[in-house]
Design a protein around this ligand. Sequence first.
Ligand code: FPP
Length: 248
Amino acid sequence: MKYKFDINKVPKSIGIIMDGNGRYATMRGLSRKNGHKAGAERLVKIAEYCERIGVKNLTVYAFSTENWKRPKTEVMGLMSLLANYLKNWESYIGGTEIRIRVIGDISDFDPAIKAAISYVEKMTEKKKGLSVNIALGYGGRNEIVSATKKIVEDVKNGVISPKDITEDKFSEYLYTNDIPDPDLVIRTAGELRLSNFLIWQSSYSEFWFTEKLWPEFMEEDLQQAICDFQARKRKYGGLLEVDNKAEE
Ligand code: FPP
């Protein structure tokens, strides 16, 4: 470790762009679906680690609005993997205090997946530990447009008045309304961009990138990312350094 890991200053909210499943599969002569399967297995381990060290929210990019453009076989493979994990969550993360939530526009998803989402959300809603927020059918721009439409409706219906529209009020209309903004955003597989992930919420996030492909991303790598985060100074545009321990 380059810096000392401080268990008392673990970021409370982490976002991860889990990139590189396809490359991982290609390098091993596997199908892309098996690359995603390896990615899902890694997600379970990383979630368990986050739960152990006291992270409260882990928001992961699992299927973007743009991913619909992928070949049908890959989209179907990913969907069946998702359904399998959501339906059988107990065999993967049962016995933990992990809660599962889905954020995004799932209106185009297969009814079986929608049912699996409702099932897992209901089954885990009372859990008190880490919330794993799975971004599905998610796109940051789409989220902002849809929030704007809901606000316009509420203004038209007299629920709120234009003077009530502050940044905080706007945030309440996003899919992430009760999820704290990420303190730390991680992207794997050597790509250095946000790709429409939490674009509103990550205004003051710290970013951390690694060449490692998502299925190769180990607990030690997350610990390194957190150590680096702890060594950074966050000033939110002011002059004073703000303690890196994020709000509860
Ligand atoms: C990006 O890698 C990854 C995705 C589009 C899917 C991520 C999904 C998972 C890790 C599975 C999630 C599972 C559950 C249960 C939530 P890529 O395919 O773009 O990789 P490449 O850039 O190397 O081709």
